[in-house]
Design a protein around this ligand. Sequence first.
Ligand SMILES: [Zn+2]
Length: 285
Amino acid sequence: MKIYNVIGYSILSLYLLACIYFAPAALGPWLGLCVGVTYFVFFWFLAGIYLADVLHLGIAHRSLDYKDWFIKIVVIVNNVFGVYVDPVAWVNRHRLHHKHSDHAGDPNKLASDGFWRTLYLCIFPYSCNEDLAADKIFKSWPFRLVANNYFALFSPVFSLGVLWLLVRDWRFVLVMWLGLRIFAIWVNMIQNYWTHTRQYGYRRYDDAHDNAMNIGEWLPVTATFSACLQNNHHHYPGLLRLSHSPDEYDFGFATVKWMKSLGVVKATEKGGQIPEDVRLGALGF
Ligand SMILES: [Zn+2]
């Protein structure tokens, strides 16, 4: 088993065991486990919709066109109750990441950065020297509310407090709150380190200017909403799906299709165009 899968499954196993062990007496171990799993799955899924589907494909690349009200609800609910990520800073960093992939100017990682350095950069990325995030929607009140340092301090305190009000046990609250965020860092490391280091994964396109790789196993693809298909994505960043063949498992695309069935998203002209050398008979959207 690949090291990133060993680490990912270990985090999940330890989380489940910790939920059982630290469950408050009032809940008991099995109800405690149910509460822990529900919290984890709900906020992991919401963070995936927020980052991979809405911020990434909807705003940063403009491959998908979401209803404005839907974007704003996801931005508020995720950042008030879930894993806080400044949306404007994230979009700016992501655009710089594509512009300078693995070279000076990429806030996520330089080609020479190793595992521990990239882990540090997940929390404290390189500073951005350009502002590529001047989108109109960033001027709306939900984005102005959450995209600042005061809210970045408020959000973790508030989300911890709400959890405590629900379960009234600090050890159990910390297991759930920290467990989800440790898993989020692993997801971030899949995208920033393991799929940008040539010794892992596979390449469909032999692009010399970056180190983007595809990782296609079930856990990383599901956990990252398919953002680990980096080699495909860096080759055609405008396409609305990250799998470039019907054989590639694509959880993120399934979630986008689900949101389309709910009527909250459609393809943009750019996002819906299949480039000639992509092995897809149809987009499937
Ligand atoms: Zn991208």
